[in-house]
Design a protein around this ligand. Structure first.
Ligand SMILES: Nc1ncnc2c1ncn2[C@@H]1O[C@H](COP(=O)(O)OP(=O)(O)OP(=O)(O)O)[C@@H](O)[C@H]1O
Ligand SMILES: [Mg+2]
Length: 276
């Protein structure tokens, strides 16, 4: 069933939903119901994380937003300058996967340029070079522009993937367990960088993780999902000052929020299928 709702402005009056998901269902052709009646707004400037048991539909939701798969039912709406002009055209999104998916035969700068090449053929060459340099500089890799992916560590390859995602000023950044394959130390470092980048560039991010600590550290809001079928179970707002730093990670408040989220996840994993 498709439901329509008016988009409402955020608290400050300048915030607005970048994307609105209305009663989205997904049933795959083999009969698996991956998502059931998901309603979700992603507000401009928020860092929203999805967390939940394996198979609860997190990746499916991101792929639906990226238009890689279609919802079986419901709607996904993009903001296009005003609530009355909401539509699917003109919004830019970038997708960062767990695997950095770099072209092994191309140098780092060429891998970052790929996003621009796909978007705009015939762009000014010096402008392109400056933007690539700026994007690599932001992720601390300016010195590695001429390296090949095989010469980089796993964390550095992921930084290249983030530079590529950010080069075209996306309205929405989708990240599906981007740091899941990295060791904890590297992951913490990349989380810190992501906090800084989000703050400096006012990014709007929808982030999937299995890590309670990572979700609490990064997010302004966390959506806890339940499985069978995948659905939203509960929500936790992390109303802490930005940009966050190591002091937050070591604070009693952080530990308390992690305990709260852990309890919510346990409840979500014990939640049975909704009665029909
Ligand atoms: N192409 C597909 N065809 C059939 N079923 C699918 C397909 N893709 C996903 N599924 C099923 O949909 C459900 C949700 O999958 P999804 O990959 O979105 O879960 P997830 O929350 O991202 O899990 P994980 O945490 O393990 O990455 C699972 O039951 C999965 O088996
Ligand atoms: Mg997944």
């Amino acid at each position: 069933m498709t439901e329509t709702r008016r988009i409402e402005a955020g608290k400050t009056g300048t915030e607005h939903p970048v994307i609105q998901i209305l009663s989205a269902n997904k049933i795959f052709p083999n009969g698996t119901q991956a998502l059931d009646a998901v309603d979700l707004n992603v507000q401009q400037g928020e860092f929203l994380s999805l967390i939940g048991p394996s198979g609860c539909g997190k990746s499916t939701l991101l792929k639906m937003i990226a238009n890689l798969i279609e919802p079986t039912d419901g709607r996904i709406l993009w903001w296009n300058g005003g609530p009355e002009r909401i539509g699917s055209a003109g919004s830019r999104l970038a997708f960062v996967f767990q695997d950095p998916t770099l072209m092994p035969w191309a140098r780092v700068d060429a891998n970052v340029r790929l996003a621009l090449d796909l978007e705009r053929k015939g762009a000014d060459k010096s402008d392109v070079a400056a933007r690539i340099h700026a994007a690599l500089d932001q992720v601390g890799l300016a010195k590695f522009a001429r390296s090949y992916p095989r010469e980089l560590s796993g964390g550095m390859r992921m930084r290249v993937s983030i530079a590529r995602a950010l080069i075209d000023q996306p309205d929405l950044l989708l990240m599906d367990e981007p740091f899941g394959a990295l060791d904890e130390f590297t992951r913490n470092k990349l989380d810190l960088d992501l906090v800084r980048l989000s703050w400096e560039r006012r990014l709007t991010t929808l982030f999937v993780t299995h890590s309670i600590y990572e979700a609490v550290f990064l997010s302004t809001r966390i959506i806890v999902m339940a499985a069978n079928p995948g659905r939203i179970h509960s929500e936790l707002v992390i109303d802490e000052p930005q940009p966050r730093d190591e002091d937050f990670r070591g604070s009693p408040r952080f530990a308390q929020l992690c305990r709260d989220l852990s309890r919510m996840l346990t409840e979500a994993s014990h939640a049975g299928s909704p009665q029909s």
